[in-house]
Design a protein. Structure first.
Length: 61
């Protein structure tokens, strides 16, 4: 069984970030706050305003 698992373990790249290497969001870093909190909220707001505008334009036709 070890002979089967060993080739699979070798394939994990050592220089790339792995899921176990991540840390929680640092709220003292302005970049992380903007990227993970502000940007998604703005994208959702812009999406709904865009949809509302598209429906309004479609209804006027």
């Amino acid at each position: 069984m070890l002979n089967i698992l060993y080739p699979l373990l070798i394939q994990i790249p050592s220089s790339t970030p792995n899921p176990g290497d991540t840390s929680p969001i640092d709220f003292s870093s302005p970049f992380e706050v903007i990227v993970y909190i502000v940007a998604p909220i703005l994208l959702i707001i812009f999406y709904f305003t865009y949809r509302k505008k598209q429906r309004k334009d479609k209804d006027q036709e």
